[in-house]
Ligand binder design. Sequence first.
Ligand code: NDP
Length: 246
Amino acid sequence: MSDDRQVALVTGAARGIGKAIAVRLARDGLDVVLCDLLEAEMAETKRELESLGSETLTFNCDVTDSAKVDAMVKEAEQHYGRLDVLVNNAGITRDKLLMRMSDDDWGKVLAVNLTSVFNCTRSVIRGMVSRRRGRVISISSVIGLMGNVGQANYGASKAGIIGFSRSVAREVASRGVTVNVIAPGYIDTPMTQNLPEKAKEQLFNMIPMKRLGRPEDIANVVAFLVSDDAGYITGQVINVNGGIYM
Ligand code: NDP
């Protein structure tokens, strides 16, 4: 790795939005570290990134486990000498009406979607602050802003990311580290492909642009936030949703 190549860590990077982000960053000349639980898909993504010139490490790391996250970050920092960018993307849904929601439905979603953001950001922030350079970007959701029936756990976790990020943004702003959030609308990925046809049709009708988003629509905004052009942007929530929430 040459000294001037930046290094990004992307969680949930094996498929969907995380994969599109990893591919875009590799295309833009970054080395990308992949973290996911899906081994086979992650190996495929790694091959794709390497063909784009990225030196890529993969970690089968559960982002809810802070000890494993710390070990992953330590190994990546030792290997590359730095981590410049963290993209907190791993996320899950366990949709149910509140009256039927179990402790496990609540706890799992909060752990994967919100505690993971704490684990990963805490782990990378010391290095970024000491190097006076860094970008932390977390993938929230339109549901964290407007709520949704059956998604009290998901909505709470995604709203939590926003409060967390604005607090950390204030802590590290004077040290050259920016912390921002992207709130996607409905994006065509395995997460939404499982929705019933009727729900998909209703959704479609609610979106002013009359199409689901593409993973690349989110990756484009990540690429901008990583760039020098976005150096004066911090503590912001950027909506990428085809107009479904304005
Ligand atoms: P996908 O389910 O396609 O991808 C998420 C990835 O995260 C999967 O590969 C998943 O692996 C991985 N992951 C889940 N749990 C963990 C964990 N504990 N540790 C490490 N990796 C994990 O989802 P999307 O690409 O659609 O979503 C990406 C992000 O964007 C999520 O945070 C989601 O909430 C958010 N988002 C998505 C929207 C959409 O419409 N698709 C809309 C708004 C926000 P595995 O399958 O093994 O769990």
